[in-house]
Design a protein around this ligand. Structure first.
Ligand code: NAD
Length: 340
């Protein structure tokens, strides 16, 4: 079987995790890189490209000139839309989370992919973790009642990755959608997968309290978001990018009638406690999760086995339904329905 020919639209900091993993995959050829930043293009081509790798500053040209078996879109939240090129060309595609900042556009991409029957993936790598899968299995029988979680981090003070550009969009609400949309989307996706899709969202946002922020910073310093589920289970999720004293980080705690799952850290290591259980189960998070995720997508493309992909574009759309509902709730100052 021939190697899988992969192209990237967006070759910044996050794309490099996938590019690096795929450069080591014996059945993948990295045939095309597209980025608006010429320095970045040169860097990824020189570091990970081969003799066959072409570079482009325009995604349309890339799709016209290069024959692809799969495409990755690793773009800032506001910059989505090039996915339509993969839809038109009928090529399987992977989109990094959050899949868009514009729900209407995402729904059009979703409908186009569905019409063509395309294999899609969204960058929710935590679904590939053994611990997450074990907890999901337990919660199928013993549903979650209370869920708490989120991301608490430091003040963004400037460009985090010179040359890659994240500093220019992350602290800007119209570009990233804010921390809840951009980062806590991981937790929202896990909640969607482990608990179910919420029906109602009520968010509060703290503003104007963060000091020494990056230029153009206009996102919430912190948010708390209440969620209600169809079976009346509840969740409270949070974000903070204003906590410089430490003691924050990533966490997710799920409490069911007989089961407690306590995830901690970026790697989502989990402690599972059961009613009447003699000992707790601990499952450490996998460090090489981007590689696991990307290899699953490539294997699905090569074999046609879609069950290998644990987060699809549809799942990506469901996550932004919730995070954009939280942003809407801030705007209207009260609870909103997720699907209104
Ligand atoms: N899965 C994860 O844990 C994880 C971690 C970090 C970032 N991300 C996500 O990955 C995405 C990208 O983040 P990043 O950290 O790589 O940002 P980045 O700013 O480092 O990279 C984005 C790149 O996209 C390029 N770009 C923008 N518009 C383009 C266009 N129209 N055509 C081609 N290139 C274009 C920019 O020049 C830049 O190089 C974001 O959605 C972010 O949320 C996911």
């Amino acid at each position: 079987m021939a190697n899988t020919r992969v192209g990237f639209v967006g070759c910044g900091g996050m794309a490099e995790n996938h590019i690096k993993a795929l450069a080591e995959h014996p059945e993948v050829d990295l045939v095309a890189f597209c980025d608006l930043n010429p320095e970045r293009l040169e860097y990824v081509r020189n570091t990970y490209g081969g003799p066959q790798t072409q570079t482009f500053s325009d995604a349309q040209e890339m799709f016209q000139r290069v024959e692809l078996d799969a495409a990755y879109f690793v773009l800032p939240p506001f910059a989505h839309g090039p996915e339509f090129l993969a839809v038109e060309a009928g090529i399987p595609f992977f989109v990094e989370k959050p899949v868009d900042l514009d729900l209407k556009r995402a729904l059009e991409i979703q409908a186009g992919a569905k019409e063509k029957g395309l294999l899609t993936a969204a960058g929710y790598m935590n679904r590939y973790r053994q611990g997450v899968q074990k907890v999901r299995e337990l919660l199928q029988e013993d549903p979650a009642i209370l869920t708490l979680g989120g991301w608490i981090g430091r003040t963004p003070r400037g460009r985090r990755q010179p040359g890659a550009g994240i500093g220019s969009w992350w602290p800007v609400k119209e570009r990233s959608g804010g921390q809840f949309h951009e980062q806590v989307t991981h937790t929202v996706d896990l909640v969607n997968w482990l608990v179910g899709l919420p029906v109602e969202v009520h968010a509060y946002g703290a503003r104007g309290l963060n000091r020494g922020t990056a230029p153009h910073y206009n996102i919430e310093d912190a948010m708390v978001v209440n969620l209600r589920f169809p079976n009346n289970a509840v969740a409270n999720l949070w974000s903070s990018c204003s906590s410089n004293g430490g003691g924050g980080g990533v966490s997710l705690s799920v409490y069911a009638n007989e089961t407690t799952a306590l995830f901690t850290g970026w790697e989502h290591s989990v402690r599972i406690l059961r009613e009447g259980g003699q000992s707790e189960e601990r499952i450490p998070g996998e460090p090489d999760i981007f590689k696991i995720e990307s290899y699953a997508f490539i294997q699905a493309v090569r074999t046609g086995d879609r069950s290998l992909v644990k987060a699809t574009y549809d799942d990506g759309v469901n996550a932004i339904r919730v995070t954009l509902a939280a942003n809407r709730s801030l705007e209207v100052g009260g609870p909103v329905l997720v699907n209104e």
